[in-house]
Design a protein around this ligand. Structure first.
Ligand SMILES: Nc1ncnc2c1ncn2[C@@H]1O[C@H](COP(=O)(O)OP(=O)(O)OP(=O)(O)O)[C@@H](O)[C@H]1O
Ligand SMILES: [Mg+2]
Length: 348
């Protein structure tokens, strides 16, 4: 997209923000390109903003779905900040990261002496997030017995911290997120239907980046402003931009953000792999497709990129058997080892 078009697009968003402001729905975090911190002006994103603005003022439970890296946590924060609890806590909890035996004490808290190792009183998530929003990330990972206890705690009966005899009744908004298919999980018995309906009052779906490619130039500009505020980096060449727009971005916005962050840190655009992903090393390219020569690298940078790629290719092919790779490439093992270190190549 040409710069002028981008400006026009962002102006339009600004105007919409003003409309929203006059409608009393202003984002507390005004943005030139989207809603709050969420950047994007594609049709799909605008539909999402409308839904966020609609659901935020209510107390309804929101379930945010979408692939990894699509901005689920950003959307959750936007719902909270645009809602009546914006001055109270927003507590993100990664349900996949809590060991099963600690789930209850993490959510409900405990009193000193409740079990060996409980040296002090500890507040649980429900107490910390009281009057605010609890963001349950990776909700599909929470076990069934905890689902029952949470439902009870949130819907009237309250809960008792371990070692206490007080019943606490939290007043919390729940926003959850997952990249799993929860209906399937319910079918398979991994999630209770009543818990599913409790968290899924309003569903919000975040589209993958490949379904809204028109947002890519805007996002690149946003991340360049973020990571290179003094504009020291050279402009991204047109053919490279074209390739970035064609890429499928399996890691979505997080992947795009990482590429631009790396560009700012290393001063070179590490997109060599993107250029080859559909063609393989050495395959012929069609004349209108950009090649490595369009990457804007100087010769030694281009050679280094090429060397790195060849090394990685052979290492993976030979399951990281360095003796075999060194012998195939006609270099000694020590040289191979030092190149692996130099390029920070890692097994994935
Ligand atoms: N629309 C967007 N505009 C600007 N930045 C974004 C956008 N979407 C995501 N990001 C950024 O990309 C990164 C990943 O976003 P986020 O953590 O919200 O994704 P997620 O959907 O929760 O991913 P996961 O499923 O892996 O947890 C964050 O650094 C976030 O700030
Ligand atoms: Mg997340």
């Amino acid at each position: 997209m040409a710069d002028a078009d981008q400006c026009k697009g962002s102006m339009k968003i600004q105007t919409e923000d003003r409309d929203r402001q006059s409608a009393g729905l202003a984002s507390p975090l005004p943005s030139r390109y989207g809603l709050g911190e969420i950047v994007g002006q594609s049709h799909k994103m605008r539909e999402l903003y409308d839904l966020i603005l609609e659901v935020a003022p209510s107390e309804a439970g929101v379930l945010i779905t979408g692939e990894s890296g699509t901005g689920k946590e950003l959307a959750a924060r936007a719902v909270h900040r645009l809602g009546p609890r914006k001055s109270n806590p927003f507590l993100p909890v990664n349900c996949g990261g809590i060991p099963g035996n600690l789930v209850e004490s993490e959510f409900f808290g405990y009193k000193k002496g409740a079990f060996s190792g409980a040296h002090i009183d500890k507040s649980g998530f429900l107490e910390i997030a009281d009057k605010g929003t609890l963001f349950l990330d990776e909700i599909g990972e929470i076990n069934v017995s905890m689902q029952v206890k949470l439902l009870r705690a949130l819907d009237g009966d309250g809960y008792t911290p371990l070692g206490s005899n007080l019943v606490l009744k939290p007043e919390i908004r729940i926003i959850s997120a997952t990249n799993r298919d929860l209906r399937d999980l319910v079918q398979k018995g991994g999630m209770r239907p009543d818990f599913f309906y409790r968290i899924n009052v309003v569903p919000l779906y975040l589209p993958p980046l490949r379904e809204r490619r028109e947002d890519i130039p805007l996002l690149i500009r946003h991340f360049l402003e973020k990571f290179d505020p003094d504009q020291t980096l050279p402009r991204i060449p047109g053919p490279v931009m074209a390739r970035l727009e064609q890429h499928d971005w399996p890691g979505n916005i997080r992947e795009l953000q990482n590429i631009i962050h790396r560009y700012a840190a290393l001063k070179r655009l590490d997109v060599f792999d993107l250029f080859f992903e559909n063609r393989g090393v050495g395959k012929d390219s069609t004349p209108d497709e950009p090649g490595p020569e369009d990457l804007g690298l100087n010769l030694s940078q281009a050679m280094a990129q090429f060397e790195k790629r060849i090394l990685l290719h052979h290492l993976e092919k030979n399951r990281w058997n360095q003796t075999r790779v060194a012998s195939f490439l006609g270099i000694n093992r020590k040289t191979l080892h030092s190149k692996i270190k130099k390029y920070r190549l890692e097994k994935v």
